[in-house]
Design a protein around this ligand. Structure first.
Ligand SMILES: C[S@@+](CC[C@H](N)C(=O)[O-])C[C@H]1O[C@@H](n2cnc3c(N)ncnc32)[C@H](O)[C@@H]1O
Length: 344
């Protein structure tokens, strides 16, 4: 138990200090945009992103050091499909030296061997995207036959190969106009596998998809599910602020630029994954204090309310929402150690 608390203690204490003083704590990092899926809701796999290239492990090392100047971050390694990257393991190792690497994957390339390597390299959490309990619907949305079966297989392998109780495995679903009534079946499937379940709301900004209306009373439905299923670990402050069916706007001011930001595979730093234009600088070539002050200035002028995805919603709920103690408790449930032999 003591070793659990003291593991990475210096890093955790610096992170906690920055978190409590509402500084930058979360970075989305696109290590490449290539993808082996053709999701209907995402444009990252399309032509316009293809020539952006890939981040190298040496560049990840520079990014890790530069970000450490402002303190340890939760770094969400994504893409495209991050597991297509040939240097994923050394990238995670470089990021893990100073930060807390987490990853979202479609799960199709997970094997026992690579899972073990990722955990040993310092990966803290891996979430696998599954949007429907109905395998045919999931495969159709993801544009890949067998996507559902691979995703479920990946979740089991990832959970079994963890090397430390602090490492967590989640299923994550994008909530759209036609899948909220599949959520309970997915939560129950996760419970049977001993893992936890998360959601994020569809963003109509990730490319050129038309806006998709979420279902009526979505917040109430999701909060009710959370009440009944302890492995549904999304923060209640996030769930209770899902926009109503008549609105696509987020309920409040976005804190991107202050508490979270995005870095693409060329090192360009911007507010968020869906707003790559007008970067605040390039982390591979510019000085970190300059980038930080441009991000902060941009944040002050930013009134974007275009999305309510979990990266912004979770941070805002803990730092600025109502019932902060309850949300802090939910955050603990989302991140607390889960015994290697046990289930959540
Ligand atoms: C861009 S993907 C990259 C990781 C990986 N390829 C995957 O599919 O999980 C990261 C996360 O964004 C989600 N996502 C994709 N399009 C989205 C959209 N339009 N709105 C909200 N989330 C979206 C995916 O389902 C996934 O959970």
């Amino acid at each position: 138990m003591l070793s659990l608390l003291t593991h990475d203690l210096g890093k955790k204490l610096r992170f906690a200090r920055n978190f409590l003083s509402r500084r930058m704590v979360h970075v989305n990092l696109q290590i490449l945009y290539q993808c082996n899926f053709r999701c209907g809701i995402c444009n990252f796999w399309k032509e316009e992103y293809r020539n952006k290239g890939q981040l190298s492990a040496a560049e990840a090392d520079v990014i890790s050091n530069r970000l450490n100047e402002i303190g340890p971050q939760i770094i969400s390694v994504g893409g495209g499909e991050p597991m297509l990257h040939p240097e994923l393991v050394p990238i995670v190792r470089a990021l893990g030296r100073h930060h807390f690497p987490v990853m979202i994957t479609n799960g199709s390339l997970v094997t026992g061997e690579v899972a073990r390597q990722l955990w040993q390299a310092g990966m803290l959490e891996i979430s696998v995207s599954i949007d429907y309990a109905n395998p045919q619907k999931h495969d159709a949305q993801r544009g890949k036959p067998g996507a559902y079966a691979h995703g479920i297989h990946a979740l089991k392998i990832l959970h079994q190969t963890r090397t430390h109780p602090g490492q967590r495995v989640n299923m994550i679903s994008v909530i759209m106009d036609d899948n909220h009534d599949e959520v309970e079946a997915l939560i129950e499937l996760c419970r049977d596998m001993g893992i936890t379940y998360l959601v994020t709301l569809y963003s109509h900004n990730r490319g050129s998809k038309p806006a998709r209306e979420p279902a009526k009373d979505l917040s109430r439905c999701l909060l009710d599910l959370k009440q009944r299923h302890r492995n549904f670990v999304a923060l209640r402050g996030y769930l209770e602020r899902f926009p109503s069916d008549t609105s696509h706007t987020a309920p409040g001011r976005c804190h991107a630029g202050r508490n979270l930001c995005n870095i693409d595979c060329r090192g360009e730093v911007s507010f968020c994954i869906d707003r790559l234009e007008n970067p605040a600088g390039n982390i591979l070539t510019d000085k970190m204090p300059d980038i930080e002050s441009r991000l902060l200035a941009g944040h002050r002028a930013n009134d974007c309310r275009d999305c309510w995805t979990s990266c912004r919603g979770s941070i805002e709920s803990v730092l600025y929402g109502r019932q902060r103690l309850l949300n802090a408790w939910d955050y603990y449930q989302m991140t607390r150690p889960v015994s290697l032999r046990g289930r959540f």
